[in-house]
Design a protein around this ligand. Structure first.
Ligand code: NAD
Length: 368
C-alpha cells in the first residue's frame, strides 16, 4: 500500500519558518515510528503570486484535490496589501476552501496546564480544557441570498439571509458526531431555535442524524447565547460543539482565546469523504503570517505542529500518535520553554523557533 500523501503549502511570512519545524516532526514519524508520508511542497499566497502572478495556480489546486491532506502555513503580508482583490494572497486560501468544499471547520480550544495563567479566566476554569467547536463553513448567513444594501423609500436597508438546507445541516452534524466518537463522545448543538426558523430546522436535523446513525453519542441542544455564557462560565462541560457559520465564527474565537496565545491554536477544515473514506482536509494554524516577527526566528511553531497532530488524528487515524505529539508539546511547556509570544513571567528567556522544534523532537524521542 502506498504511503498517505501530504501537500505542504508553507505560504508567506512566518509560514515557511514554522513549517520547517513541522517537516522535522513529519520526518521524525517516518524515521522513528515507521509512519511515512509522501510529502510534496508548493506555493500559495504571496509566494505563489511572486512566481506565477496568481496566489494559487490550477496545478496546485489539482494537487490539493488529489492528496490525503493539505497542511498550510499562513498567507499575506504588507508587500501584497495594494494588490487587486482578485490576486491577493488570501484569495489562494479562499479558493482552496471553496473548491475542496470544506464545510466543517474544527477549532479546538485546548489549554495546556503550563499556560493556564495566560487565560483571562481563572486557572481552574481552563486548566486541562480540551474542546472542539465544529463550525459550518460554506453556507448560512455569509452566503444566503438575498443579500446587499438596497434603497427602501427614503433610506437604505442592509440585508443578509440565514439559509440552511437539510443536507447542509446533515453533513456538518455527521462530521461532529464522527469527531465526538474519536474524543469524549459528546456533542452539544447550538442555534437559536427560539427565534429563528433556520434554528428550528437545524435542531430537528441534528436530532434526526443522531437518532438514526449516532445514538451512542450523547447529544444536547443549547441556544447559542446561553452557549456563549456557558463557554465562559464552565467550558469543561463541553466536548464537541456543532453550530452554524455565524455563531461558530463568534463562539470559536471566544473559545480559542480562553486558552491564551495565537501561536498555540491549530485548526482543521474538512469536506466530504474521498474514495478512500478519508475526508478532504486542510490543516492550518489559526494565526496569520505575522510580518512583524517574520524572518527573525521568533515565531512559535506549536500551532502549526498541533495542526499536524490534528491531521494525524482526523485524516490518518493515528490518534495515539497525535496524542504522543500533543504530550511532547505539553512536556516542553511544562519544562518552562517559551517562545517570545508566551513570555509572561519575568526573567524567562525566550527560545527561538528552532529551539522549540528541537525540544519537541527531544520530547518525542523520550516518549519512545
Ligand atoms: P497575525 O496572526 O499574523 O499576527 C497577529 C499578532 O500575533 C502579531 O503580533 C504576531 O507577531 C503574533 N503572532 C501570530 N502568530 C504567531 C506565532 N506563531 N508566534 C508568535 N507570534 C505570533 O495577524 P495579523 O497581523 O492581523 O495579519 C498579518 C497578515 O497575515 C495579514 O496579511 C493577514 O491578512 C494575514 N492573515 C493570514 C491568515 C491565514 O493565512 N490563515 C490568518 C490571519 C491573517
Amino acid at each position: 500500500m502506498s504511503n498517505p500523501s501530504l501537500l505542504i503549502l508553507a505560504g508567506d511570512g512566518i509560514g515557511p519558518e514554522v513549517m520547517t519545524e513541522v517537516r522535522r516532526v513529519i520526518d521524525w514519524y517516518g524515521d522513528k515510528r515507521d509512519l511515512k508520508f509522501d510529502v510534496s511542497e508548493d506555493l500559495v499566497g504571496g509566494a505563489a503570486y511572486d512566481k506565477h502572478g496568481t496566489p494559487l495556480t490550477d496545478e496546485t489546486m489539482a494537487k490539493a484535490q488529489a492528496v490525503d491532506a493539505v497542511l498550510l502555513g499562513a498567507v499575506g503580508g504588507p508587500k501584497y496589501d495594494n494588490l487587486d482583490f482578485s490576486v491577493k494572497p488570501e484569495r489562494g486560501l479562499l479558493r482552496l476552501r471553496k473548491e475542496m468544499d470544506l464545510f466543517s471547520n474544527l477549532r479546538p480550544a485546548q489549554c495546556f496546564d503550563a499556560l493556564a495563567d495566560f487565560s483571562s479566566l481563572k486557572r481552574d476554569v481552563v486548566a486541562g480544557l480540551d474542546i472542539v467547536i465544529v463550525r459550518e463553513l460554506t453556507s448560512g448567513i455569509y452566503f444566503g441570498e438575498p443579500r446587499g444594501i438596497f434603497k427602501e423609500g427614503n433610506e437604505r436597508v442592509g440585508i443578509n439571509t440565514q439559509r440552511y438546507t437539510e443536507s447542509e445541516i446533515d453533513r456538518v452534524a455527521r462530521s461532529a458526531f464522527e469527531l465526538a466518537r474519536k474524543r469524549g463522545n459528546k456533542v452539544c448543538s447550538m442555534e437559536k431555535a427560539n427565534v429563528m426558523e433556520s434554528g428550528i430546522l437545524w435542531r430537528e436535523v441534528v436530532q434526526k442524524v443522531h437518532d438514526e446513525d449516532y445514538p451512542d453519542v450523547e447529544l444536547s441542544h443549547m441556544y447559542a447565547d446561553a452557549g456563549a455564557m456557558q463557554l465562559c462560565r464552565w467550558p469543561k462541560q463541553f466536548d464537541v460543539i456543532v453550530t452554524d457559520n455565524l455563531f461558530g465564527d463568534l463562539l470559536s474565537d471566544a473559545a480559542a482565546m480562553l486558552t491564551g496565545s495565537l501561536g498555540m491554536l491549530p485548526s482543521a477544515s474538512l469536506g466530504a469523504p474521498m474514495a478512500n473514506g478519508r475526508p478532504k482536509a486542510l490543516y492550518e494554524p489559526v494565526h496569520g503570517s505575522a510580518p512583524d516577527i517574520a524572518g527573525q526566528g521568533k515565531a512559535n511553531p506549536i500551532a502549526c505542529i498541533l495542526s499536524f497532530a490534528m491531521a494525524l488524528r482526523y485524516s490518518f487515524d493515528q490518534g495515539d500518535e497525535a496524542t504522543r505529539l500533543e504530550n511532547a508539546v505539553e512536556k516542553v511547556l511544562a519544562d518552562g520553554l517559551r517562545t517570545a509570544d508566551l513570555i509572561g513571567e519575568e526573567g524567562v528567556q525566550p527560545v527561538s523557533t528552532r529551539e522549540m522544534g528541537d525540544a519537541i523532537l527531544a520530547a518525542l524521542d523520550e516518549s519512545l
